[in-house]
Structures are given as structure tokens and as C-alpha cells.
Design a protein around this ligand. Structure first.
Ligand SMILES: Nc1nc2c(ncn2[C@@H]2O[C@H](COP(=O)(O)OP(=O)(O)O)[C@@H](O)[C@H]2O)c(=O)[nH]1
Ligand code: SF4
Ligand SMILES: [Mg+2]
Length: 403
């Protein structure tokens, strides 16, 4: 089966007081007994992440936030733990019961979800039981809700529909290339085969872009840079777009007629996973760097560090060659992104292949709030090698407007 990378799943945070039926709701949504349901309050104490296919929504990750309920931890600590979960959340469900007295617990959640501009929905679970307290409160305060019984499964389909309505706001709202091409268009992918390529297959970003082209009812041709000219000459139709690996950008640019739009995989993913506008505007900060300036390299996962690691080795070398300045680097990995950003002159985010868009956008928002420029690996590489203008040109007609 084709495995959807964790980063492309819709992350649904499920919040609510103890025993309201968070775990039961996860089971009802997935149609499996995946979560632990307990007669005793509070079986699970840490957020539990469960990846599953919820039809017809698609691949999801459900976050069972047991342990940050009303009795698990109090006040500030609860808000802090909630914030950590919210970094990974695309959409929040707040579970209550028909007779729940909605109080500051739920209202604090609404405040924090709203402040993060995350879509949310109250789920009045156990609708097979009597009570109207929760419903009256939610109607009075104009808060969106849906009634569900995880026990009888009544309302589960309506809940899924609501989730789909809400999801696009925060869930990879940016396609890979589908918005840049039309049905019947021809797109050429240039995939060099070097020692860094895995044996016997293409890499995931290439496969994902291929799939996106097929979903858009266009046609994809895949070639190496050495066969690119033959490929182009054999086509009866001018390609709508050529997408290349950045490593062979210069060869491809020299081979390709000027009137054929050209971009790179890393630019496509910079937009899909982050804020392309912010990355482009910020990248010019490299021209103002001075000796002793601090730079933050923000990696989103704790991957295995290789000798030629892009963040730890290649980027510092390229920046030294370009700026000729003595720059100081700090590298963070995984969930720990510094609270204080003001000392950095530039933040360089990784491509974020292992995390969802919400997590990368959380960093972008924090950097913007601190007034620190933030760019990413792909856009920095494109700028330093003088190809930025050409690779961003095809995106000007896309769903996300470039300033
Ligand atoms: N009657 C009824 N009971 C439910 C429903 N959903 C959950 N429960 C029960 O409520 C209790 C707590 O459920 P659980 O999912 O463990 O709640 P959590 O601690 O919030 O995750 C269990 O006894 C469930 O069987 C429902 O829709 N109707
Ligand atoms: S690009 Fe970011 S998320 Fe992907 S492997 Fe590297 S550090 Fe991890
Ligand atoms: Mg539970």
C-alpha cells in the first residue's frame, strides 16, 4: 500500500474533559478499536498519536489529549501542554457530553484555538443520553457543534462531513503543482540518478509530485538531465512546466529553451510546507550579514546526521563562500524551537518533509512576530546559486499569490 508520509496527514487534536469519550470518538471515527476506552477516568496520561485512514477524509492523525484534561494538570501547565499539541494540530475537536457544564476549561481551549486561527468544532458526544445543558450553552454562544454518539455511531458521518468542511483552512491548503497546471498539460520531471539516490526507486518528493500531476489529469514525463534534450525534442506539445532537482539546475537551464517555465522540487515543497512569500522576502537578509552574526538552523526532526549534512555542513560552507563573513550557527532539531528569537539575524528552516505544514507555519509565525527573517533550505540554495528568480516565476499564477 502507498504510505502517506506523516507530514501529509490531517492532524486532528481531540480535547475534552475526562470521560467525555475522546477515546471512544477516535474508535468511532476510525471504525476500529484503536484507542483505549476505559470505564475508569484517565487511563492515558500523555497525548497519544494515532495514524489512520478515515474514509472519506483520507489519511489522518488523531491526537488523543488525555492528560491535559480538567483534572490531569492544572492552569498554566495545562495551557503549555495544549500549546505543544496545537503546534501539530490542523483542526481541533472539543468533546463534551449533553449534560456537561461548559466552563473555563472549554473556553480556554476556544481562546487558544482562535488565537492560532485553527478551525474547531464542539462534539456533543453521548447524544444517546439525556441532557441539553451543553447544547443550550453552545447555541447561546454561537459556537459550532455537532451531536454524536460514539456508542450507537449516530452522527459520526455528519461529524466527518464537518471535519472535511473545516479541514482545508489549515490542512496543506497549498497543493504541490496541481494549481499550476491544467488537464492534458505536459510536465517534465528531471531526476538525476547519482550516488545519493536510493537503489531501485525514486525518492518520495518525486513520487508525490508525479501523483499530483496525475490527479490533475495532466501527463508527466520523467527523464534524467542527460536525456532531457531528447525528451523535449520528442514532444509534440510544449511542456507547461519542467521540474528539476536543484543539483542539476544549471545543466537544465542551459538545455531548456527560455520560454519553457522551470522550477525545482525544493521550491514546490517550500510553498507546500511553508510560507514561500516569507522565505523569498527573508532570503535577501544574507546580503546584510556581518561578522559574528548568529544564524539559527531549524531542523524539524531528529534525523540521522550525515557527514555532508545540508544544515550542519553544506549551508555554512555556501554562506561562507557567498558572504565571506564569520557567521555563528545554532542548530535545533525536532520539537525544540527557541522561545527567544531576537538574537538571530536569520532563521533557516529545513524542508519539513517529516512534519505537517502547521508545525512549520508555527515557526514562521514566531519568526515574523519576533521580526526575524526566516527562509528555508531550498530557497536559500536557489538564491545563492542565482536561480531564485526563474524558479519562482511559475508560481505567480498559482493559488498562493506571490507579492
Ligand atoms: N452512552 C454512551 N457512552 C459513551 C459514549 N462514548 C463513550 N462512552 C462511555 O464513556 C466512558 C468514557 O469514555 P472514554 O472514551 O474512555 O473517555 P475519555 O477518557 O474522555 O477518552 C466509557 O465508559 C465509554 O464507554 C457514547 O456515545 N454514549
Ligand atoms: S528536511 Fe527537516 S523534517 Fe525533513 S529530514 Fe531534514 S530535518 Fe527532518
Ligand atoms: Mg481516553
Amino acid at each position: 500500500m502507498y504510505r502517506t508520509p506523516a507530514g501529509n496527514r490531517l492532524h486532528i487534536g481531540i480535547f475534552g474533559k475526562r470521560n467525555t469519550g475522546k477515546s471512544s470518538l477516535i474508535n468511532a471515527l476510525s471504525g476500529q478499536d484503536a484507542a483505549i476506552v476505559s470505564e475508569i477516568a484517565g487511563t492515558t496520561t500523555d497525548p497519544v498519536y494515532k495514524s489512520m485512514e478515515i474514509l472519506p477524509i483520507g489519511p489522518c492523525k488523531l491526537i488523543d489529549t488525555a492528560g491535559i484534561d480538567d483534572q490531569g494538570v492544572l492552569g498554566k501547565e495545562r495551557i503549555k501542554r495544549t500549546q505543544v499539541v496545537l503546534r501539530k494540530t490542523d483542526l481541533g475537536l472539543i468533546v463534551v457530553n449533553p449534560d456537561t457544564l461548559i466552563d473555563s476549561f472549554e473556553n480556554d481551549l476556544v481562546d487558544v484555538l482562535q488565537s492560532k486561527k485553527l478551525p474547531f468544532l464542539f462534539v456533543i458526544n453521548k447524544s444517546d443520553l439525556a441532557g441539553k445543558k451543553a447544547e443550550d450553552y453552545l447555541v447561546k454562544h454561537k459556537l459550532p457543534s455537532v451531536k454524536v454518539s460514539s456508542k450507537t455511531k449516530q452522527g459520526v458521518e455528519q461529524l466527518k462531513e464537518k471535519i472535511m468542511e473545516l479541514a482545508p483552512l489549515g490542512w496543506s491548503p497549498v497543493p504541490l503543482v496541481a494549481d499550476l497546471i491544467n488537464p492534458k498539460d505536459v510536465v517534465v520531471l528531471v531526476c538525476p540518478i547519482d550516488n545519493a539516490m536510493p537503489q531501485g526507486r525514486l525518492i518520495l518528493p518525486q513520487v508525490q509530485v508525479l501523483r499530483d500531476i496525475l490527479d490533475a489529469n495532466a501527463t508527466a514525463y520523467v527523464t534524467k538531465e542527460t536525456e532531457l534534450l531528447d525528451c523535449i525534442n520528442s514532444l509534440k506539445k510544449k511542456p507547461k512546466l519542467v521540474i528539476t532537482d536543484s543539483q542539476v539546475f544549471e545543466d537544465v537551464r542551459d538545455i531548456l529553451p527560455k520560454d519553457i517555465p522551470l522550477t525545482s522540487f525544493s521550491t514546490i515543497f517550500a510553498r507546500h510546507k511553508g510560507d514561500l512569500n516569507a522565505y523569498i522576502q527573508s532570503v535577501y537578509a544574507v546580503d546584510n550579514l556581518k561578522d559574528g552574526d548568529e544564524i539559527l538552523i531549524a531542523e524539524a526532526c531528529t534525523h540521522h546526521v550525515q557527514a555532508e549534512d545540508i544544515g550542519r555542513s553544506k549551508i555554512p560552507t555556501w554562506l561562507l563562500n557567498y558572504t565571506k563573513k564569520d557567521l555563528h550557527y545554532e542548530v535545533t532539531a525536532g520539537g525544540d524551537f527557541p522561545e527567544q528569537l531576537s538574537k538571530y539575524k536569520l532563521i533557516i528552516s529545513c524542508g519539513g518533509c517529516m512534519v505537517n505544514r502547521a508545525e512549520i507555519m508555527h515557526r514562521v509565525e514566531k519568526a515574523k512576530a519576533a521580526g526575524v527573517p526566516i527562509t528555508n533550505y531550498g530557497i536559500l540554495m536557489a538564491y545563492l546559486s542565482g536561480i531564485l528568480k526563474r524558479v519562482i516565476e511559475p508560481f505567480k499564477g498559482g493559488l498562493v499569490k506571490l507579492d
